[in-house]
Design a protein around this ligand. Structure first.
Ligand code: ADP
Length: 256
């Protein structure tokens, strides 16, 4: 279980960005952070991966505080999938193997190579393992970035806008892939997604950030007209069709 408790952070002491973030996720759950640009989603991810140090609060994984761990220890629990990974000129195999660097010092062991082989098979990347990553499509590269993070054998996968640079077909491919991985491997996924319909489809639990806190959270029922209006300032209703929920944006009449 991942628990974030009263996390506080400011780039500058006079204007805190995170003013007491509380949230929790169970194994295998996909949690989505929502909120306007500047709400603090990337900042929270950076704290989780150790790139920034918070001013207060705790991040517990199964009771152990991630903030007290060494970089190497934390890398065995949390892996980060960036929006764009600059692999340089490496093959798919070599790129995924770089995910194991926190496990070996000089040369990868048999175990490291076995883990990489297994992940390449699971993600279907084994068929293109000798290709240069720079020659791949955006969707394939994003898949390599996920595989690289999985090579760390993390318990928590952090995705900052995983589909930011992808076309719609690749977006769905990546979202499906990530959801499958979370549910089948019992990994906690925590992600930010701008598109509310994709967020609803991808997530199990939703956290709406506003004014430095998690203002609303819960299951799909958290998406309602009042919440969307408060967080984003736009008018939208949730439509249910054949058991599926959709967000439908609408224009308010001038005199409303
Ligand atoms: P989001 O990911 O939700 O768009 P961010 O975490 O990127 O939000 O930003 C939260 C706030 O912190 C914004 O007001 C942003 O301008 C500010 N911020 C982000 N990075 C820095 C930085 N390196 N130095 C100072 N302020 C920053």
């Amino acid at each position: 279980m991942l628990e974030i408790k009263n996390l506080v952070f400011g780039y500058d002491k006079n204007s805190p960005v995170l003013q007491g973030i509380d949230m929790s996720l169970e194994e295998g759950q996909v949690g989505i952070l929502l909120g306007r640009n500047g709400a603090g989603k990337t900042t929270l991810f950076k704290i989780m991966t150790g790139a920034l140090k918070p001013d207060g609060g705790r991040i517990l994984f199964d009771g152990q505080d991630l903030l007290q761990m060494s970089r190497r220890q934390r890398a065995g629990i949390v892996a980060y999938v960036p929006q764009q990974l600059d692999f340089g000129s490496l093959t798919v195999y070599q790129s995924v193997l770089t995910g194991r660097v926190s496990y070996y010092t000089v040369r990868p062991s048999r175990k490291d190579l076995d883990v990489v082989d297994e992940i390449l098979c699971e993600t279907g990347l084994d068929k293109i393992s000798c290709r240069d990553v720079q020659e791949l499509s955006g969707g394939e590269r994003q898949k390599v970035a996920i595989a690289r993070a999985l090579a760390q054998q993390p318990r928590v996968l952090v995705f900052d806008e995983p589909t930011g640079n992808l076309d719609i077909a690749n977006e769905l491919l990546i979202i499906n892939e990530a959801k499958k991985i979370a549910h089948s491997k019992g990994i906690i996924v925590i992600s930010s997604i701008h598109d509310l319909n994709q967020a609803m489809f991808f997530g199990d639990k939703f956290f709406f950030m506003k004014d430095g806190t998690i203002k609303y959270f819960g299951g799909p029922e958290t998406f309602d007209e009042a919440t969307i209006k408060d967080v984003y300032g736009v008018s939208a209703r949730v439509v249910t069709e054949n058991g599926e929920h959709y967000i439908q944006y609408y224009k308010e009449k001038e005199n409303e």
